[in-house]
Design a protein around this ligand. Structure first.
Ligand code: TYD
Ligand code: MG
Length: 459
């Protein structure tokens, strides 16, 4: 067949197309990210897509749509099901991204087993490992799933995988990973933006047409030619990212996008010798090694999605040695830290200008919740003044640029969590008490504050 190929340049970071090479991506602003690629409009790919399209259904009236079939499959791992928005939706496409080695293959195998245990037919397409290697991993995690079994195939050719799906007729398909599969008709190498995007498009259409729950595994890496799974984010229904520090055994699975549930939901797991174990009560773990009476340590009940948990925030302040001050944050946005430090300096007159400031969220979680602001401020202040924060005190509140303490969402849930873990006092925004001044929960004393100065006084 005569091939009509067109050259395009594609940003390896975000997938933006351009007819000429540009140094800086106009969309994601990364430098030198454009590489030349053959245009996606390839006849064979188009043919495959048309085949897929032929499988799809014709228009119906909304009132005739039967929503009863929109039931969800449960994996039985409640941390995973919650992150998925309450189970896996048939016909949905989920992207699971994360650094290599973080546990993506492990989580998809485990959820595959969970779904197989419900009687679903699950096909695991292992592109990176041989079937024997996949079995070795599966054996480590299988014993929790009472004899359930998966179908596994080692394949990287998209057409071949589609054929397997047609013959086996599975209800759940896992592609591990999307960066190693390729469409033979495209000349670019596996992992390039064109390959990743076109292969994912084929699988997505297949999933939609056949009502298959599809999982795509993708590596996030800046090096090499692997296309970041970010190009896929628009195409899929749900995006989950696996987070965790390399040398910590805790892993957090976070929803970045979910057409079928709330975003920013998190699931907490621990990587053990027998796979990922759910951590139903992360507060206990994140606080388990908290030092007593050490300055710079503050506990905040954060909320990620619907889930409250307590994290310890640690601050460390030291005199800067080289005239150039450093501010480093782990598990917290460093721009936000800089802003909060500026509030401490300008509004409260604390002398931080010549100090190195380090902030750490214990346990490898990333805290995005603005309710942690006050805890960060108090951690830094406590470290600077070398005054420990009381062991039974939790701290809550968003901080504004005038050092005012602003109200936070879902105060009851947070306070309950703190109380459950043995905290007896909680510094919190005064505005959160509006209308319920006489309603003090039992067992925990609420200490309302309107600004950072008051919080420091009461700390
Ligand atoms: P893996 O799921 O292969 O990561 P990814 O697919 O994201 O690259 O798992 C990575 C690590 O987890 C690997 O170093 C081995 C470890 N691991 C365990 O500690 N216990 C287990 O039961 C399994 C299956 C893996
Ligand atoms: Mg893997």
């Amino acid at each position: 067949m005569p091939m009509k190929t067109k050259t395009v340049f594609v940003c390896q970071e975000c997938g933006t197309n351009s007819v000429r090479w540009v140094g800086k991506c106009p969309n994601c602003e990364s430098w030198n990210s454009f590489v030349e690629e053959q245009s996606a409009a390839h006849p064979e790919t188009q043919k495959l897509r048309l085949q897929m399209a032929a499988l799809s259904v014709s228009p119906v009236l909304l009132k005739d749509v039967d929503t009863r079939q929109e039931r969800r499959f449960l994996t039985g791992m409640s941390e995973f099901d919650r992150v998925m928005g309450g189970g896996v939706v048939p016909g949905s496409v989920t992207l699971i991204g994360g650094d290599p080695g973080i546990g993506k293959s492990t989580i998809v195998i485990q959820s595959g087993y969970g779904l197989a245990r419900q009687g679903l037919k699950v096909l695991y397409v292992s592109g990176e490992e041989s079937v024997a290697q996949a079995k070795l991993r599966a054996d480590r995690v299988a014993k929790d799933f009472g004899g359930a079994d998966l179908f596994v195939v080692n394949a990287i050719d998209v057409q071949e995988i589609v054929d397997h799906v047609h013959t086996l007729k599975p209800q759940v398909v896992v592609i591990d990973s999307i960066q190693v599969v390729h469409l033979a008709e495209l000349s670019s190498s596996p992992g390039s933006v064109a390959q990743v995007r076109e292969s994912a498009a084929v699988f997505t259409q297949l999933a939609k047409a056949k009502g298959i729950a599809l999982f795509l595994v993708g590596h996030v890496t800046k090096e090499g030619m692997l296309a970041g799974p970010r190009v896929l984010e628009h195409m899929v229904d749900t995006v989950l990212y696996f987070e965790g520090e390399r040398y910590s055994s805790y892993r957090v699975l976070r929803t970045n996008k979910n057409r079928f549930g709330s975003t920013n939901e998190i699931g907490v797991f621990e990587m053990t010798a027998a796979g990922l174990q759910e951590v139903p009560n992360p507060s206990e773990i994140f606080l388990s090694e908290r030092p007593r009476d050490s300055s710079g340590s503050v506990v905040v009940p954060v909320l990620e999605g619907t889930r409250p948990f307590l994290v310890e925030i640690q601050g460390l302040v030291s005199r800067s040695a080289f005239g150039m001050v450093r501010q480093k944050a782990q598990g917290f946005d460093s721009n936000r830290l800089a802003l909060l430090v500026a509030v401490l300096e300008k509004r409260l007159g604390l002398n931080l200008g010549d100090k190195d400031i380090f902030l750490n969220v214990v346990g490898g979680v990333k805290v995005m919740d603005p309710a942690a602001d006050l805890a960060v401020i108090l951690a830094v202040a406590s470290a600077l003044l070398d005054k420990p924060v009381a062991h039974d005190l939790a701290v809550l509140g968003e901080v504004g640029l005038s050092a005012e303490v602003r109200s936070v969402s879902q105060i009851e849930v947070r306070v309950n969590e703190a109380q459950k873990l043995g905290f007896t006092r909680c510094i919190m925004p005064k505005n959160n008490l509006k209308g319920k001044a006489d309603h003090q929960p039992k067992g925990i004393k609420l200490i309302p504050v309107t600004n950072v100065r008051e919080a420091l006084d009461k700390m």
